[in-house]
Write a protein that binds this ligand. Structure first.
Ligand code: BG6
Length: 478
């Protein structure tokens, strides 16, 4: 028998769950919605792009949250959610991205979602852009390589803050903003194949996104001083594969690539290591004085996704692992998920401490979870899933959040990913499930879309009700 965790969570801790529009909403062409880059990636971010939406793209129907949001939010409320993270589909509001006027029917949908959340006393946490840029912006401007994108994004966020600013306190500007460097099409709506994209164009795109993000923060604060804006980064602790100093330097390089985004968001200026990298690689950014002023609008908090850690080495014969967008080298001491992602609860404590020590900003864990196959069974005549593996994963990670809290890290909340089963971003499968709620749909798109609470649904409700006191010490204990 394992002992209960001794580490208390603060009373204000925001327990909840997270999703993204393109992975849940469906209704891909309803009520004036335009086409997004996700509609032409039927096999996920690793797969090929199609000319237009194709019937094999599971995201086109998603889990039909567009029509079932009230039922889903009621289930979240049953678990006791204090917060729900969702994203707004840019192409519902501006179908082509560069339209002059917003689409009222798209705006009205999110009014209804917010009404429902309010009814249940659930705080919204809104991602403004989650890998779902309008396709027209990719096709006409090659996405964020173009400075014009800052203006289109500004127009979009002004509409969002005007419409919802009085009822949404927590906003995230871009999902996993550092993913742009690794997957330009998803993070930046850049259609140039990565192998043909110059470092100059990539860094210029990074700069445009960073300016747009800071501009959103400025507009939010001008709209309402109580709005809290966070950046959202893909967090990945990098460990040296060996104690060789060359491996430690390889870690420093990898860290710099990822931490650059948080550094600019928190410090409001480019760090020295980034300037050196640009100088030594012939990258000359087009930065205006106005850009420099805008960047000074720093974030209120830092949010991040955490799924795994990786190793780095300077050795040329690298055995790379599968990964959440960022590859890295496999850690021989860790176990893999069914999709090859390495499970490392302690890494969550490491990253929480690293970010807190570095930035001294409140932190929000807005994604974490286990993507796994589930088997639907019947218990007492009701369909359900015995997902003990998911419970163990989440429990062990939350134990480490408790450890970080005890270390003095300021953690605002925890919204595990895919709190209801949804379509995977990397593989576009339904069978890679994260949810507390099973959704009846398979990889071929068959199923009733009925919702069934899993065992983890009741487990998580207990965790929330007890404010973490029901957690058990797990294998992830250091
Ligand atoms: C994050 C993304 O990278 O990982 C989500 O923000 C994504 O959109 C999540 O779904 C899990 O990845 P996957 O590929 O298992 O869906």
């Amino acid at each position: 028998m394992t002992a209960p965790t001794p580490q208390p969570f603060p009373e204000t801790f925001l327990w909840g769950g997270a999703t993204a529009a393109n992975q849940i909403e469906g209704a891909h062409n309803a009520d004036g919605k335009g086409v997004s880059i996700q509609d032409v990636l039927p096999k996920g971010l690793m797969g090929p792009r199609t000319a237009g939406p194709t019937p094999d793209n599971l995201k086109l129907e998603g889990i039909d949250f567009y029509h079932r949001y009230a039922e889903d939010i009621a289930l979240f409320a049953e678990m006791g959610f204090k917060v729900f993270r969702f994203s707004i589909a840019w192409s519902r509001i501006f179908p082509n991205g560069d339209d002059e006027l917003p689409n009222e029917a798209g705006l009205a949908f999110y009014d209804r979602v917010l009404d429902e959340l309010e009814k249940h006393g659930i705080e919204p946490l809104v991602t403004i852009s989650h890998y779902e840029t309008p396709l027209a912006l990719a096709e006409k401007y090659n996405g964020w390589t173009s400075r014009k994108m800052i203006g289109f994004y500004e127009r979009y966020v002004r509409v969002l803050f005007d419409r919802y600013g009085h009822r949404v306190k927590y906003w995230l500007t871009f999902n996993e903003i550092n993913a742009l460097v690794h997957f330009p099409i998803i993070g930046g709506a850049i259609l140039t194949p990565p192998e043909e994209l110059s470092r100059q164009d990539l860094f210029q795109a990074v700069h445009h996104v960073l300016v747009a993000s800071a501009l959103a923060t400025r507009i939010a604060h001008e709209t309402r001083p109580d709005i809290q804006v966070g950046c959202m980064v893909l967090a990945i602790p990098v460990y040296p594969l060996t104690p060789d100093p060359a491996d430690v330097l390889a870690v420093l390089d990898a860290d710099h690539t990822n931490l650059l985004f948080g550094d600019v968001h928190v410090r409001g200026t480019y760090p020295g290591y980034a300037l050196r990298h640009m100088r030594e690689n012939g990258i000359e950014l087009d930065i205006t004085d106005e850009d420099r002023e805008i960047l000074k609008n720093t974030v209120d908090f830092v949010s991040f996704s955490y799924y795994m850690s990786i190793c780095e080495t300077a050795a040329p014969d690298r055995t790379t692992g599968e990964g959440n967008i960022i590859g890295g080298v496999k850690n021989p001491t860790l176990q893999d998920t069914e999709w090859g992602w390495q499970i490392d609860p302690v890494g969550l404590r490491v990253v929480l401490n690293q970010f807190w020590d570095r930035w001294q900003k409140p932190l929000f864990i807005v994604e974490n979870g286990l993507g796994a196959k589930d088997e639907l069974i019947e218990v007492d005549g009701r369909p359900t899933v015995n997902d003990d593996h998911r419970i163990a994963y989440l429990n062990d990670h939350l134990i480490q959040v408790g450890e970080a809290l005890a270390d003095g890290v300021d953690v605002l909340g925890y919204t595990p990913w895919g709190c209801i089963d949804l379509v995977s971003a990397s593989t576009a499968q339904m069978s890679k499930r994260y949810g507390f709620i099973y959704v009846d749909r398979d990889d071929d798109g068959n199923g009733t879309l009925d919702r069934h609470p899993k065992k983890s649904f009741h487990w998580y409700a207990d965790v929330i009700r007890s404010n973490g006191a029901s957690l058990r010490r797990g294998d992830g204990r250091p």
